[in-house]
Write a protein that binds this ligand. Structure first.
Ligand SMILES: [Zn+2]
Ligand SMILES: [Zn+2]
Length: 306
């Protein structure tokens, strides 16, 4: 049985969910940001400028980029939404990426809490992710407070090359251990002050290239995350998981606790695992190739599959 999204026989659309323009603290105009993503061959991009009261680095409104849409490239109204109360941030702010926001989505009230802000963005129909947890030392207690978000950035390219704090694995697996049904995303968080575009993206299996279809697919977890490698198919027959990938060196399946299985070599494109060895209610797949390009599946919960 092919696992979703591979069983859907849909096209995959490549997109960046997290990026900035000079509407907030990015270096480039929205038009130029979009031109860069079109040139990189993306199918969609989100300009998720900071939305908060501090005009030094934040916009005061969600940007409408729809004038840049074409038949084979779309933008999705987005913002990086902030509110107060985060420890280990120099401004004391939380950071969440909200994709598919209504243009009139308002800045958080100064007393709005992180769970309230997430609830409001979810109620507005957005796909909400916990941004760059390692970049600002998100504690596990903090992660639990916002664990009802749709997902977590497993990879943030700007934080990776600018701070070597781009990896979200710790918070991702902690929330999974705690039973939170979160998805994973890889994003650029591009500001274009450093070469931080084209480094992390999602491949979304959507019915068609329309903003609402992309958001629905993301909320269903019909995507995988990538920095250059591809998870081409996942097939589960009983406890036997077959993974098909772009050529890589390591294919890994992880589950509850420290459970993991791996297949290692060079130019591997296929591996088979017996999931009963994981003794876990959930699993997720990661791969890495010889050039350190990676890909991550979303988590799969065995109760949902069987
Ligand atoms: Zn941020
Ligand atoms: Zn950002």
């Amino acid at each position: 049985m092919r696992l979703p999204p591979y069983n859907l026989d849909r096209p995959f659309f490549r997109g960046n969910l997290h990026g900035h323009s000079n509407h907030s603290d990015g270096a480039l105009s929205p038009q130029e940001v979009i031109r860069r993503y079109k040139d990189l061959g993306y199918d969609f991009a989100c300009i998720s400028d900071h939305l908060w009261h501090d005009a030094r680095f934040c916009a005061q409104s969600v940007l409408d980029c729809s004038s840049f849409d074409t038949t084979n490239f779309i933008t999705i109204p987005s913002a990086e939404i902030h509110c107060q109360g985060k420890t280990y941030d120099n401004d004391g702010l939380w950071h969440f990426v909200a994709n598919g926001l209504p243009l009139d989505f308002s800045i958080a009230r100064k007393t709005e809490t992180a769970p309230e802000l997430i609830d409001r963005a979810l109620a507005a129909g957005a796909y909400v992710t916990i941004a760059h947890p390692a970049w600002y030392s998100m504690t596990f207690d903090e992660a639990m407070v916002v664990g009802h978000a749709d997902g977590v950035e497993i990879y943030n390219h700007s934080c990776a090359i600018g701070a070597m704090r781009g990896d979200g694995t710790g918070v991702v697996d902690y929330l999974l251990q705690e039973g939170k049904r979160i998805n994973l995303t890889a994003t650029d968080d591009s500001h274009f002050h450093i070469p931080d575009s084209g480094g992390g993206w999602v491949m979304v299996a959507a019915e068609s290239l329309q903003a609402d279809k992309i958001i629905t697919a993301l909320k269903n977890g019909y995507h995988y995350s990538s920095t250059g490698a591809d998870i081409i198919n996942l097939d589960l027959e009983g406890e036997r998981l077959e993974v098909e990938t772009s050529p890589c060196s390591d294919i890994v399946v992880v589950g509850q606790g420290h459970a993991s299985l791996s297949h290692n070599g060079s130019n591997i494109t296929r591996a088979t695992f017996n999931l009963s060895a994981l003794k876990s209610g959930w699993f997720r797949v990661s791969i890495i190739d010889q050039s350190n390009k990676m890909a991550w599946s979303n988590p799969y919960w065995l109760n949902d599959i069987h």
